[in-house]
Ligand binder design. Structure first.
Ligand SMILES: [Zn+2]
Length: 523
């Protein structure tokens, strides 16, 4: 029986004044036209405006996902992939939920099957573990979001340096963390840092002086480092602007959980949570000076292209900190940042940039041009249909039950004795139940088989995508190589000469196989 396909539309703009070809009206009109062409009924329109990047921070998307989970619609129509989410993991969450509920997700401007992004996205659907992690995070974040929406600060393990929690109580007299106040033991350090930088000092020099004087650091360690100082200068709380959602924690392979900054449009301002420690004009001067210092540092590096892996791609195998590129009399080399090394006791070591850059790039190219990992996985999958044996035996059992039922019916038709007929009728009812149960089991198996088939499809697509990209790898210049490294999520860890391996490259997604080590071979 043909039923009308019920479609939900999802549209989104990231700011209220967005006037590009992504405007809400355009998106909705295209989605409606898309539905009309196919004779689908529009069962609902979900629109998010000026919202944050995280899934749980988009109320309408959450509502839509609820609808999808209940299978209240058959299809979700979205104008473009990035309107749904720019983050592959989030897309994975949404798409796999839809898959699970048997709801189709289609994009008006980008058919999933064709574009490399589409292929990659489908592949990402298989990231069950990541998705599970994301769900757990989402539950935690919902709680945090509620806190921020009611004007309370998100509570970290400790208040920002220079502050302490005020002695606030809830109605039961229990202490609650609601407002910050000046900490007389450390607030002066914050003021001094701002004023010294404002009068022309560098973060590194300020750090040196504070260390020499034995001033307590935010983490309780003995050593102040430049990045702590510059981080404090950027912290909006010190001018009285408490902001939630400035950072998010992300798991990075080989580095554990790292903090990354969110775009300013995501920040949520919380008025009256903390007093300013620094006058706005001092803060402005200090921040401007910091910018000038940074420009100076860039000018001091005369040859940035000599370092393919600069800017955090190459990391210390001992402490995990970014290695820094330096020009030495032997040529450009990478070594662990002096401060990190002193703090973490890493051995002294360095590696020539030209050697490491070439070796790492060759390793990556080799891995991409012989994606045996993908091929092997595909082969393994194809070889085994996890449901084949079960389907055969189920079909046999369904046949048996059906036969038994037919025999009982024949006997029932011939039976004159009412009591015996009642007994046969009960037997027939039992076979009907069993038939139903077996058929449900068969439906479940079919679903399982469909999953198996989809997994192969995803891998085939990933394989294609990789081949597509790798055909052009040899022509890549410095900028394109940098871009490729970041797209692949490459991180390189390096150890001293007495360590084996000397270096190791990890790539995301994990389907690109185990880490590439300093002796790479194909297959
Ligand atoms: Zn180190």
């Amino acid at each position: 029986m043909a039923q009308t396909n019920r479609a939900a539309l999802y549209t989104r703009v990231s700011s209220t004044g967005q006037e590009d070809n992504y405007s809400l009206q355009t998106q909705e009109a295209s989605c409606r036209a898309f539905a009309a062409e196919r004779g689908w009924e529009v069962a609902g329109v979900y629109t998010d405006v000026h919202t944050r990047v995280e899934l749980w921070e988009r109320p309408q998307l959450s509502a839509l996902r609820e609808t999808v989970r209940r299978h209240d619609v058959d299809t979700v129509i979205c104008y473009a992939i990035d309107r749904l989410s720019g983050d592959p993991v989030h897309l994975g969450v949404i798409l796999s939920e839809a898959d699970h509920a048997g709801v189709d997700v289609v994009f008006v401007s980008e058919p999933l099957d064709d574009s490399p992004e589409g292929q990659l996205i489908r592949f990402v659907r298989g990231y069950a573990a990541k998705i599970e992690h994301e769900k757990i995070k989402e539950r935690t974040m919902r709680g945090k979001l509620a806190r921020v929406q009611s004007g309370k600060p998100t509570v970290g393990p400790r208040p920002p340096y220079g502050y302490r929690w005020r002695d606030d109580r809830d109605q039961n007299g229990k202490p609650v963390k609601l407002r910050l106040e000046e900490n007389p033991e450390t607030a002066w350090v914050v003021r001094r840092i701002f004023s010294e930088i404002a009068s022309g000092s560098s973060a590194r020099k300020v750090a040196q002086r504070l260390t020499e004087e034995g001033v307590p650091t935010p983490t309780g360690r003995a050593l102040w480092i430049g990045s702590t100082i510059s981080g404090m200068l950027k912290h909006p709380t010190y001018t009285g602007h408490v902001t939630a959602w400035r950072w998010k924690k992300e798991k990075v392979k080989g580095r554990g959980v790292v903090n990354t900054s969110r775009p300013a449009s995501d920040h949520a301002s919380l008025p009256d949570v903390a007093p300013a420690l620094v006058a706005p004009e001092v803060a402005t001067r200090a921040r401007a000076q910091l910018g000038r210092n940074k420009q100076q540092a860039v000018r001091n590096n005369p040859n940035p292209e000599a370092f393919l892996l600069r800017g955090g791609i190459v990391r210390c195998g001992y402490c995990g900190g970014a290695l820094v590129g330096r020009n030495s009399r032997f040529g450009p080399l990478y070594r662990c940042n002096t401060n990190h090394r002193d703090r973490n006791g890493c051995p002294h070591f360095s590696i020539m940039a030209s050697i490491l850059d070439t070796a790492v790039w060759d390793g990556i190219r080799e891995r991409l041009t012989c994606p045996d990992v993908i091929a092997a996985e595909l082969h393994r999958l194809r070889a085994q249909d996890p449901t084949r044996a079960d389907v055969t035996s189920l079909d046999r059992r369904i046949g048996e039950v059906t036969r038994r039922q037919r025999n009982l019916m024949t006997r029932l038709a011939d039976e004159d004795n009412a009591d015996v007929a009642a007994l046969i009728r009960a037997d027939v009812a039992a076979t009907v139940d069993e038939q139903r149960r077996l058929e449900q089991e068969r439906v479940d198996l079919e679903r399982q088989r469909e999953g198996w088939r989809l997994a192969q499809e995803r891998l085939t697509e990933l394989d294609l995508w990789v081949r597509n990209v790798t055909a052009k790898l040899d022509e890549f210049d410095y900028a394109k190589r940098r871009l490729a490294l970041s797209e692949l999520g490459a991180t390189v860890r390096v150890w001293a000469t007495d360590h084996s391996p000397r270096w190791e490259v990890a790539l995301r997604p994990d389907a690109f196989g185990p880490p590439i080590v300093n002796t790479t071979t194909c297959g």
